[in-house]
Design a protein. Sequence first.
Length: 307
Amino acid sequence: MAIEKVRVKINGVYHDLTYNSTSKKYEKTITAPNVTSYNVNAGHYYPVEVEATNTAGTQTTVTDLSPTIGNSLKLLVKEKIKPTINVTTPGAGAFISNSRQPIVFQLRDEANGSGVDITKLALKIDGGTTITNVSAGMVCTLVSNGYDCTYTPPTALSDGAHTVTINLSDFDGNAATQSSRTYTVDTIPPTLNITNPSNNFITNSAALVLQGSTNDATSTPVTVAIKLNNVDQGAVPVTSGSFSKSLTLKSGANAIIVTATDAAGQVTTVTINGTLDTSTPVISTVSITPNPVDAGATMIISVDVSG
């Protein structure tokens, strides 16, 4: 009896094979499914069914469940699109005051992809120990097409610049483009020194030039703001850490508040209190007793002053 027809079924579609007299096999070039086989079943393959019919109409079918050739009827299809990593916090080049700043990021694969293999997550800070999805401080929540993750360092990072790198793969072995993020930790407020005027000053001139210096070893530039009697005095240029500002005092008590803020938002505040006294002393009476006075004798001078 001769073979009349051979066909295969892949992903629900039948394909008729043609006899090759050279190889003496039934063959056909078939385009593979355009979706990964990873999510088809627990074995991550497309089942292939082969059906052969002879001229008498007798038909034989073999599938992936065949005990003899079943393994050759398991079609593995892999997608080639890489998963993605998106770091949302901290921002690139950010200055932060939290030494245990959470690192927030998103892991995604295409809708019909093999999916994010969370076990391949590898996060490092400054090239140190690999942090995985089960490491202390790591929390990853399953969402559509991937995971939303937050890593909070269990111990404080030192002040200064730090670089986070994140690597990932999907279930088909496609490696994501590494995500890298550098930011600076600054937990120390800037220095602020007011050189003029001194606290509790008293002056008879309404014109006052406030002078001072500021610095921050970790995050610059430092911005300076000045309030005189709760009124902002406008921009304060800082040059090489030094600054000055012309102020106009009011008669009586005055309060000057100077704040220095570094790039991480750390603030140092200095308050200077002072008094503007424009009054003029008035001498109303002077008495000398006795007057005249004997040479070498003592006398009392009495002055009545107001103002």
